[in-house]
Design a binder for this molecule. Structure first.
Ligand SMILES: Cc1cc2nc3c(=O)[nH]c(=O)nc-3n(C[C@H](O)[C@H](O)[C@H](O)COP(=O)(O)OP(=O)(O)OC[C@H]3O[C@@H](n4cnc5c(N)ncnc54)[C@H](O)[C@@H]3O)c2cc1C
Length: 366
């Protein structure tokens, strides 16, 4: 009889993350069913170990010391389509590769997630920070999330409203961080979907028509958008490509700050007082005025391609910090230098997007 899930000891974490950093995990359980997750929870409880859920490792940085507990690697498969007249309910196992899910939905003519093509990681992680790109966010089409509550072991279904989504945030990243294991995610997508292209860069790319001829060869519109998004993302090293050293990152390291009018005014005054005349790019958004973090970083003296030893900023994207053979401490020291530089120039403390996992902030015990 095989015991499921397999629990391995002393597993190198760098190989399980896109940025390739971190020491070893004391234990790792590869979970392909909700029951596996319960066994992993029980193992952690019995051995008084901290536990953390890991998907594709594209938004996590582990410390050089590694993780002293159990990593629950989410590998639950499944992709189920239930069609009704105009909509299709798509239930996705949390361990499915997100980009494959987008490709499969687009191939069936299901609209609503085509702009989210190329985002690395698993489907189960998409609600954690309400992933978004090119004018779409998962909250726009997410119906509900199936979870196991770690403390009780109970299976619950949380509605879209229950998830408390915001810009790159949700209850899973906020007040309830570490409380739930997402086992599947349910989307409601439009049948025979028509893309709604809101994002100016994508709109330009679609109208310029300077893409492969396949984009204008009568393919369904959703797939044209998916391909255009992938093409833009590739040009910024924002898809995973083993041959591109700029991809050894967690994507955007900082989120765009949302300021109230008084805070925005203070930023502007500081900028003008320093003798600069360029207009600060600012976009009214729900929750405040959004300033692109990339602009703040570059304007504070950290242009694309900046290097500090074996870490640096991507040559193609000002928000991606790249590991060029460094340690986590070196990367985090560089991140701190950027944070301090932006704060000194603009009086704004940027927020870090990925989860930084150290011995000191291990997730809650089950
Ligand atoms: C090149 C690149 C480009 C990127 N572009 C974008 C982008 O355009 N937009 C965007 O929003 N993000 C982007 N990201 C960030 C990242 O891909 C997303 O946040 C993604 O959803 C993370 O998925 P993951 O499976 O790798 O999660 P992980 O990195 O493994 O985990 C991230 C967090 O989610 C938790 N978690 C993961 N799975 C579960 C689960 N099943 N249950 C409970 N908690 C869970 C983890 O504990 C951790 O806190 C990019 C990253 C890279 C490397």
């Amino acid at each position: 009889m095989t015991i499921s899930p397999t629990i391995r000891e002393q597993v190198p974490l760098a190989d399980l993350t896109t940025i390739g950093l971190g020491g070893t995990a004391r234990y790792l359980a590869s979970c392909t069913t909700p029951d596996d997750c319960r066994v992993a929870l029980e193992f952690a409880r019995e051995h008084s170990l901290p536990l953390m859920v890991l998907g594709g490792g594209s938004n996590v940085i582990f410390s050089d010391e590694g993780y002293p507990g159990l990593i629950l690697r989410m590998e639950i498969p499944g992709l189920d389509f239930a069609e009704s007249s105009r909509m299709c309910q798509v239930t996705v196992g949390a361990g499915e590769n997100w980009d494959d899910v987008v490709t499969a939905c687009v191939a069936r003519g299901l609209g609503g997630i085509e702009c989210l093509a190329g985002i690395p990681g698993t489907a189960g992680a998409t609600p954690i920070q309400n992933v978004g790109a090119y004018g779409q966010e998962v909250k726009d089409t997410l119906d509900s999330v199936n979870v196991i509550e770690r403390i009780s072991g109970k299976e619950l279904r949380l509605s879209n409203t229950d998830c408390k989504f915001g810009y790159r945030s949700s209850r899973f990243k906020g007040e309830d961080a570490g409380r739930y294991i997402v086992t599947s995610v349910v989307f409601r997508l439009e049948q025979d979907g028509h893309p709604r292209i809101r994002y100016p860069e994508l709109k330009d790319a679609m109208t310029r028509g300077d893409f492969d001829s396949s984009l204008t060869s009568g393919e369904p519109a959703l797939n044209q958008v998916r391909k255009a998004v992938l093409r833009i993302r590739r040009s910024k090293s924002m898809v995973i490509d083993q041959d591109d050293p700029n991809c050894r990152s967690v994507g955007s390291f900082f989120t765009n700050p949302l300021l109230d009018p008084a805070q925005f005014d203070a930023v502007r005054q500081r900028w003008v007082a320093s003798g600069r005349t360029e207009t600060i790019p600012a976009y009214p958004s729900p929750g405040g005025i959004k300033i692109p973090a990339a602009w703040l970083v570059e304007s504070a003296g950290f242009p694309k391609g900046t290097r500090r030893g074996k870490v640096g900023i991507s040559e193609k994207h000002a928000l991606a910090l790249v590991n060029r053979g460094a340690t986590s401490s070196e990367l985090l020291a560089f991140a701190e230098e950027i944070l301090a530089g932006v704060e000194k120039t603009f009086g704004v403390r940027l927020s870090i997007e990925p989860l930084i996992v150290s011995h000191h902030n291990e997730e809650t015990r089950p």
